[in-house]
Design a protein around this ligand. Structure first.
Ligand code: SF4
Ligand code: SF4
Length: 511
């Protein structure tokens, strides 16, 4: 029966490669074979919690509904066959040697994932959507976008840098680099500061394997808990031929979810992820999986009423903390959101911090980056503009195209080119003509609006020596500025630029 197990591994690898393929095909210009947001829309956790917090339905929830429906019959097959985080955890496990000191009875913390799920549901009912922090699809995409992808880009550029001095390789290197630029490399290799905590969290998940196999999936993952609840009555069952079973204890030792009971026959429908290890390792081939339509018996959930009440209480407390929000609200207007972003409250309820927008933006203008506390506690890791690093490309509307939850609405290009995400203002203490009396036109040259939003008016400048000088002073025509930020990116002033961007006048209507 080993071939069934191998088929499962093959599917796990293929789904992971599919996830990577969708991730890497999200580049400007965007010509997807399959929409790159497709995989991210398979999470019933984010679908449920965005719905509970914002009361909005969107077409992208359909795959999540299909997955829940299949789970009722097949159990948590998503965790064992499809989940990219699960695949990475299994892969990491190949290199991890568990220390005896750290090993724990794997059932001790099972309740935790249900507790986290209950806490997230309560928070969502109070309009605080925190599913994004734990959701395995969002967090894997987030880690790839903010850490692994920039690291890969830096590595690629370094290799080209090392090889460039070899003269005869240069023509080939140029063509390869051009090709890579068109589908892989970001336009600018700026450092994504939030990549560090995002990566550390991800690394922590992999290191939990030191305690037990798939510790995250067994004990922490709220998506696993949700799928577990729907698996309780599953009809695809692990069946043991009791006469064939020689009680060798191999299957419970090998089961990565510790889903097999002490009698080797019964199993937890809530915990089993259909990994088929027991089918593969049973020396007498006594284990099979069969559909039991006659009398499928439910499994119990490791979650006591006391823990349930504790989770409810913690959820109310956490929602309150997020809503009170001790972070200074005044600074939020300093930061722009992507074009098409929903009104702020709904945006935060819908955004799952997957960084799909940040990643695709890095292949065009590179405006977007994950926030830290700039937009308050609720806004952590949501996308904001960093115009010193990049700008919103005039001919691009892709963040709205790839956003899996429609937190960023898709604007057609003509609409997007007229949609204001903020307004630029000159800093007279930093701008060269205003501050030093020398003409400078860099910002005006780059302004992409058909009628330039930066204009010049000639006037007198008094130099340090007290003489008068005729200078062209730049002004922003606020009714024409769309807040793309390219003037800030291109401003030649070192350090703090001569022009800055705020969210003033941002158009955030729901369409
Ligand atoms: S912010 Fe602008 S450049 Fe970046 S993805 Fe969105 S539309 Fe494109
Ligand atoms: S706004 Fe960006 S980070 Fe948020 S869900 Fe959409 S694509 Fe993901």
């Amino acid at each position: 029966m080993k071939f069934l197990y191998r088929i499962r591994i093959l599917f796990q690898i293929l789904f992971f490669l599919f996830f990577l393929f969708l991730f890497f095909q999200a580049v400007f210009p965007y010509k997807p074979v399959v929409p790159s947001e497709f995989f991210l829309q398979w999470s019933p956790l984010t679908a449920l919690l965005t719905f509970l917090s914002s009361h909005r339905l969107y077409a992208g929830m359909i795959p999540a509904g299909v997955l829940l429906f299949l789970t009722i019959f097949l159990g948590r097959f998503f965790c064992g066959w499809i989940c990219p985080l699960g695949a990475l955890i299994d892969f990491a496990d190949l290199f991890i040697k568990r220390k005896r000191k750290l090993r724990r009875d794997a059932t001790t913390f099972r309740w935790l994932k249900f507790g986290i799920l209950a806490l997230l549901v309560v928070m969502a009912l109070f309009s605080v959507q925190f599913a994004w922090f734990f959701d395995p699809l969002a967090l894997t995409n987030r880690t790839f976008a903010t850490t692994l992808y920039p690291m890969l880009a830096v590595l690629t550029e370094s290799v080209f840098g090392w090889l460039w001095p070899i003269a005869f390789l240069q023509p080939a290197l140029m063509s390869i680099h051009e090709f890579l630029e068109s589908w892989l490399l970001p336009v600018n290799l700026h450092f994504v500061a939030q990549g560090i905590p995002i990566f550390l969290f991800f690394l922590g998940i992999l290191l939990l394997n030191l305690i037990s196999k798939r510790f995250w999936c067994r004990n922490v993952c709220p998506l696993g808990a949700l799928l577990g609840l729907f698996s309780k009555f599953r009809i695809l069952e692990r069946t043991v031929d009791e006469e064939g079973c020689v009680s060798c204890k191999i299957c419970p030792a090998d089961c990565r979810m510790n889903a097999i009971e002490d009698n080797f026959v019964d199993f937890s429908k809530v915990e089993c992820i259909d990994s088929l290890e027991c089918v593969s390792t049973c020396p007498t081939q006594a284990v099979t999986y069969r559909f039991n339509l006659k009398d499928p018996k439910p499994s119990k959930i490791d979650f006591s009423r006391r823990r349930f009440l504790q989770s409810l209480g913690s959820g109310v407390l956490a929602a309150g903390l997020f809503k009170i929000d001790l972070v200074n609200r005044d600074v939020r207007g300093d930061h722009v959101r992507p074009p098409g972003a929903l009104p702020e409250d709904v945006f935060l309820e819908q955004c799952i911090r997957c960084q799909a927008c940040v990643r695709i933006c890095s292949t065009t203008g590179g405006l977007l980056q994950p926030a830290w506390l700039e937009m308050g506690l609720e806004g952590i890791w949501s996308p904001i503009g960093n115009p010193r690093e990049g700008y919103c490309e005039f001919t691009c509307n892709l963040c709205g195209e790839v956003c899996p939850t429609h937190a960023i609405q898709l604007l057609d290009l003509a609409t997007k080119q007229k949609t204001r995400i903020g307004t630029a203002f000159f800093d007279h203490d930093r701008c060269i003509p205003w501050n030093s009396g020398d003409n400078c036109m860099v910002c005006q040259e780059h302004c992409p609006t058909p009628e330039k939003a930066i204009v010049f008016r000639e006037g007198n400048f008094v130099t340090a020596e007290g003489t008068l000088k005729r200078v062209k002073f730049p002004y922003v025509k606020e009714d024409l500025c769309i807040g793309c930020g390219i003037c800030v990116t291109k401003c030649p002033v070192e350090g703090t630029p001569g022009i800055f961007l705020t969210a003033d006048g941002a158009e955030r209507e729901e369409i």
